[in-house]
Write a protein that binds this ligand. Structure first.
Ligand SMILES: [Zn+2]
Ligand SMILES: [Zn+2]
Length: 502
């Protein structure tokens, strides 16, 4: 497919580039193409959590795939050049308790590696990928139990598939079962700044009254209050690492309607570009999550015993401990902040309740693109560490009034519940053509503007789907501290490396 802008496109360009954002020619978020996680090195980006109208979503399977492919469409790239080369590589279809997509003739794409999957639902959700048969949530029909969780995990693995806990701290549907043995954890569900309020000890106790003990990791994570469940997800991830549960850090858009797949995007370092390759990368925990397919990237590099290790690896170290130099490489996040969060093993589930978890072992401003930071850690078996990249909440180039408006939107986003798409629509009212919103057949790319939400013509009927320009996407991923928005949005999160006895 050729990607030359049409004459019509060029004429549109001269009309539309009068907006207040530095979008035209720069994609509204700086020069995004390229990056450090290249396809040559096997890094494929995709979405692991997407619904269709089979169960919960609004779009047909065909339209859902078309939408994911839309990031590579000529007109889209012309308006958003930052996406040149930043299209999605894979897409998982994860309808609630359904694998109908697998036998649907529309389950095909010449652009995307499609991952057959399911969102294993009911009380506590989990994503299954690479499965062929339905993993049943409650085979005996008497309500979900820990035995059902264990059987589901075994069934997913027996099929060569993977299973990963979804939105684990979501107040309206957390995952309180014992997650040991799972392959991944969805730390980033839809926007990092969108979500339910933090899960409380009272919520956990209410669940325990009818189910028995919740897992010890959620109890530790629920100690963090004053933010959203997404912040608690990170504590939960650290609690698992501290107890030697080394799982892939993943994300998913949980797309049902309105917004595009790929926001956030999960990168898998795939030894091949097919389904088996994507699964192998995730199985090896060679993964990181980015705010969108064109946003921040992060990689780790650790030399030990004459070998080089990266994201998600197990690193053999001397039992007595040894010094490790950890190199964190950051792409496409200039003006941001990079951190390496490190922690140690905790001896028992009981000790986890009071244990200190992640500490900031490294924090540096991201002064260039790409950017490299290093830190020396005293590592022993059980030491773990993972990278965090924050990007400025206010996109470069906005003036004071625009910056104030962005902060105002971010505050409203942070107060919005996870399933409140109507409220989100209201927040974005200024940036959406409401006639198109309720009738996507009216979508005309000639109406696109770089500083407004852009309707996607691949969504043919009903509620429209929109691309959010970078400056708005940042607001959906605002990072909260003590209940207040900060100057940052989440840019990227990488799977932890874990030191083991050599
Ligand atoms: Zn779910
Ligand atoms: Zn879902």
């Amino acid at each position: 497919m050729t990607r030359h802008p049409s004459l019509e496109g060029l004429l549109l360009s001269s009309v539309l580039c009068l907006g207040w954002l530095p979008a035209c020619g720069s994609g509204g978020g700086g020069d995004r193409p390229g990056g450090i996680a290249s396809r040559e090195d096997g890094w494929l980006r995709g979405d692991l959590h997407v619904h269709t109208n089979v169960q919960g979503g609004f779009e047909t399977l065909a339209s859902t795939i078309d939408l994911a492919e839309g990031l590579a469409a000529d007109m889209f790239l012309w308006m958003n050049p930052a996406y040149e080369g930043n299209q999605l590589d894979y897409l998982a279809i994860t309808d609630h308790d359904s694998v109908a997509a697998l036998s649907d003739p529309d389950f095909v794409s010449d652009q995307l590696t499609l991952v057959g999957g399911e969102e294993w639902s009911g009380d506590g959700h989990a994503g299954c990928w690479g499965i062929h048969e339905l993993v049943v949530k409650d085979p005996d029909g008497d309500g979900k139990s820990q035995a059902d969780v264990d059987a589901a995990l075994a069934h997913a693995h027996a099929q060569g598939g993977l299973m990963s806990i979804n939105h684990p701290m979501l107040q309206s549907n957390p995952f309180l079962w014992d997650p040991r043995g799972m392959d991944g954890m969805e730390v980033w569900n839809s926007g990092f700044g969108i979500g339910d309020p933090a899960l409380t000890q009272a919520d956990i106790e209410a669940w325990e009254a009818s189910h028995g003990p919740a897992n010890p990791f959620v109890r530790r994570a629920a100690q963090l209050q004053g933010g959203l469940c997404s912040r608690q997800n990170l504590v939960l991830y650290e609690a698992l690492l501290a107890r030697g549960e080394h799982v892939a850090l993943v994300g998913g858009s949980d797309r049902h309607a309105f917004l595009l797949p790929g926001f956030p995007a999960t990168y898998s370092q795939a030894p091949s570009a097919d389904l088996e390759g994507v699964l192998a990368g995730l199985r090896a925990r060679h993964s990181f999550v980015s705010r969108n397919p064109a946003a921040a990237q992060v990689l780790l590099e650790v030399r030990a015993g004459g070998r080089t290790y990266g994201l998600g690896d197990e690193i053999p170290v001397a039992a007595a401990g040894e010094e490790l130099t950890v190199v964190v490489r950051v792409g496409r996040a200039q003006g941001g902040l990079v951190r390496l969060i490190a922690g140690e093993a905790v001896a028992s589930d009981e000790e986890l309740a009071t244990a200190e978890l992640g500490r900031v072992a490294l924090e540096e401003s991201v002064r260039s693109d790409p950017f490299t930071a290093r830190v020396t850690l005293q590592a022993r078996p059980g030491t773990w560490f993972y990278p965090v990249v924050l990007e400025p909440l206010v996109a470069p180039g906005l003036d004071a009034a625009q910056a104030a408006e962005v902060r105002d939107i971010a505050r409203q986003v942070a107060a919005t519940g996870a399933e409140e798409f109507t409220a989100l629509g209201q927040i974005m009212l200024k940036y959406v053509d409401t006639a198109v919103l309720v009738d996507s057949s009216l979508c005309n790319p000639r109406s696109w503007s770089p500083d407004r939400m852009q309707c996607m013509p691949q969504d043919p009927d009903g509620l429209a789907t929109f691309y959010l320009p970078d400056f708005l996407d940042r607001t959906l991923n605002v990072v909260l501290e003590d209940g207040e928005i900060t100057d940052w949005c989440m840019g990227a999160l990488g799977s932890a490396a874990l030191c083991v006895a050599e």
